[in-house]
Design a protein around this ligand. Structure first.
Ligand SMILES: NC(=O)c1ccc[n+]([C@@H]2O[C@H](COP(=O)([O-])OP(=O)(O)OC[C@H]3O[C@@H](n4cnc5c(N)ncnc54)[C@H](OP(=O)(O)O)[C@@H]3O)[C@@H](O)[C@H]2O)c1
Length: 253
């Protein structure tokens, strides 16, 4: 049985704990956090504590706090023997202060109130010690079938790619919704298009899947679009992205 302590009570902590309580051979022996109200939500299935100086002894400590607080929180674990693993895509393994360092990064977007199926979520793990690598692999495989040993440089690049495909794409949905609302049209009309865009790159490389006025270099359509935009940021984004698409496909035109 792997004994784990989870530090932090936010989005990822809740989703990870929900997965770990269903896992065989894993026991959450404590959840530690500074937010009393959030902490109470874990009390149904785990002892809880708001005291970072009274952390139980465990095999693995999962630090699920905001990126900037990882180093500071890990300092509370400097006398522990277990693996101290952070969960961030963007932060180097060395941000963890204790010697038995690790990373346990689930590559997915986790949001409050939206459940996820961990089975297919890629979990990227890394550790300083050989034995710790094995332990983190076992822990990752207890909740997912999609487990990868990835070093800090690779993970940071992967996280950057994730920012492009998820964070930036979601902002585009936000802009699309605002444009629909300007005309009193429901954003629902765009949802089948959004789903097909994500679906087709499962089998077609993204470059080949590109369509639209910028790929075809349809100048009149692009000028017409720019005339409809009244937000400077949206105009800048439209021009920048159209130029990038056009450049990526100029040899085909
Ligand atoms: N959400 C995702 O989609 C996702 C995906 C993969 C990885 N991650 C990683 O998971 C980690 C947590 O992200 P999250 O999305 O769960 O963030 P979150 O929902 O904002 O939760 C952050 C948690 O960190 C705690 N915290 C912040 N500063 C602290 C400090 N100085 N000392 C102690 N606790 C502190 C917060 O406590 P308070 O409530 O008291 O502020 C809260 O419990 C991050 O490293 C992130 O990169 C997130």
């Amino acid at each position: 049985m792997l004994k784990i302590v989870v530090l932090g009570t936010g989005n990822l902590s809740k989703h990870l704990c929900t997965a770990f309580i269903k896992a065989k051979d894993v026991e959450i022996i404590q959840v530690v956090g500074r937010n009393e109200e959030d902490l109470q939500q874990f009390s149904d299935y785990s002892p809880i504590s708001n005291d970072f100086n009274a952390i139980a002894d465990a095999d693995v400590y999962i630090i699920a706090v905001k990126d900037d607080a990882i180093s500071e929180v890990s300092e509370h674990l400097s006398k522990k023997k277990g693996i101290v693993a952070h969960t961030s895509g963007a932060i180097h393994l060395n941000a963890v202060q204790p010697d038995n360092k690790g990373v346990f990064y689930p590559l997915q977007t986790f949001t409050k109130g939206k459940s996820v199926d961990f089975e297919n979520i890629p979990i990227c793990f890394e550790a300083q010690e050989k034995e710790s690598l094995k332990t983190l692999e076992i822990l990752a495989k207890s909740i997912s079938k999609n487990v990868h040993q990835i070093d800090s440089d690779q993970r940071k690049k992967l996280h950057l790619a994730a920012v492009f495909v998820n964070n930036f794409t979601n902002y585009m949905y936000h802009v699309g919704e605002a444009l629909c609302l300007e005309e009193g049209i429901s954003f629902d009309l765009l949802k089948p298009l959004i789903l097909e865009t994500a679906e087709k790159i499962q089998t077609i490389p993204p470059k080949d899947a590109q369509t639209g006025p910028a790929r075809r270099n349809d100048k009149k359509s692009m000028t017409g679009h720019l005339e409809l935009l009244n937000n400077e940021t949206h105009i800048t984004l439209y021009k920048l992205l159209s130029e990038a698409i056009n450049k990526a496909h100029e040899k085909e035109l």
